[in-house]
Design a protein around this ligand. Structure first.
Ligand SMILES: CNC(=O)c1c(C)[nH]c(/C=C2\C(=O)Nc3ccc(Cl)cc32)c1C
Length: 277
């Protein structure tokens, strides 16, 4: 399905993510709110343009309560812009939530953090196994996790980095600081499903500590910290169970990192999620 830009009323800019600007829009035919991400494709080869459209078509097949739903795509040839129309998440993103906690010197509730872990695992499970091909998110971070109005946590903004940028290696990460980059990718290895699990571990850690587990003054120092895998315990008021599950997700060897299924069935998760529902 492909719509037209005239189908939508642009309300305001809500952010600039990887490879594009996001706008809050209203669809004229039903009055519903959506977000569209404007991605310029003028600099892409014909092959990459086809890849981009097929990638968006693949993502539109990903239908899951914990994945931001792709609804439509609009190709505006006059400006060589692809508009990707996605679900409106009225609760905003986790990066904004973390910044609010920092400003108010407060912490997120442990129960909320367990719910984020659980629902993000469900989202990754769908990405990794639901379709005929494995979809790796490749850019899990607080700014790409959203909250709807019903307490659901949603993974969004699938970094189209693999298409829009040739090299997603550590050294070539041009958009932001790669705090969540996994050890195997730093060493030049292939990004794999377990790399998403590492990033999820970094995300859960940051929800607790309001800072990433690994930081550095520069890319080189950050890479060293990640490879050394030394990180402080999450704040003392959070449970040992949460500390243990984060430590498991941050296993240096990706072979020892659990799959989404193993996490969802892990006794620590089952016990703590049962208390939440
Ligand atoms: C302060 N943040 C907001 O107000 C906010 C709200 C209420 N929603 C969003 C962002 C999105 C949103 O609501 N749906 C989205 C789908 C894809 C992407 Cl890349 C972003 C969004 C934002 C940034």
């Amino acid at each position: 399905m492909s719509g037209y830009i005239e189908d939508y009323e642009v309300l305001n800019v809500i952010g600039t993510g990887s490879f594009g600007t996001c706008y809050k829009v209203r669809k004229k035919s039903n009055g519903c709110l959506y977000v569209w991400k404007a991605v310029g494709y003028s600099g892409l080869s014909e092959e990459k343009k086809q890849l981009l459209v097929s990638e968006v078509n693949l993502l539109s097949e990903l239908q899951h309560p914990n994945i931001v739903q792709y609804f439509d795509r609009v190709i505006h040839k006059e400006t060589a812009t692809l508009y990707i129309v996605m679900e409106w998440c009225k609760g905003g993103d986790l990066s904004t939530l973390i910044n609010k906690c920092k400003k108010s010197s407060s912490f997120l509730d442990e129960g909320f953090i367990w719910r984020v872990l659980y629902q993000m695992c469900r989202a990754l499970q769908a990405c990794h196994w639901q379709l005929s091909v494995t979809v790796l998110h490749r850019d899990i971070k607080p700014a790409n996790v959203f909250l709807d109005g019903a307490g659901n946590v949603k993974l969004g903004d699938f970094g189209l980095a693999r298409i829009l940028h040739d090299d997603t290696s550590f050294a070539q990460t041009l958009v932001g600081t790669p705090y969540y980059m996994s050890p195997e990718v730093i060493k030049g290895g292939k990004y794999n499903n377990k790399s998403d699990i590492w990033s999820l571990g970094c995300l859960v850690y940051e929800l607790c500590s309001l800072s990433p587990p690994f930081m550095g003054q520069n890319i080189k120092q950050l890479a060293l910290r990640i490879k050394e895998r030394k990180f402080s315990r999450i704040p003392a008021h959070y449970s040992d169970d949460l500390q243990k599950i984060i430590s498991l997700l941050l296993s240096t060897d990706h072979n020892f990192r659990p799959t989404t299924e193993m996490i969802l069935q892990h006794p620590l998760v089952v016990t703590n999620i049962a208390q939440e529902t």
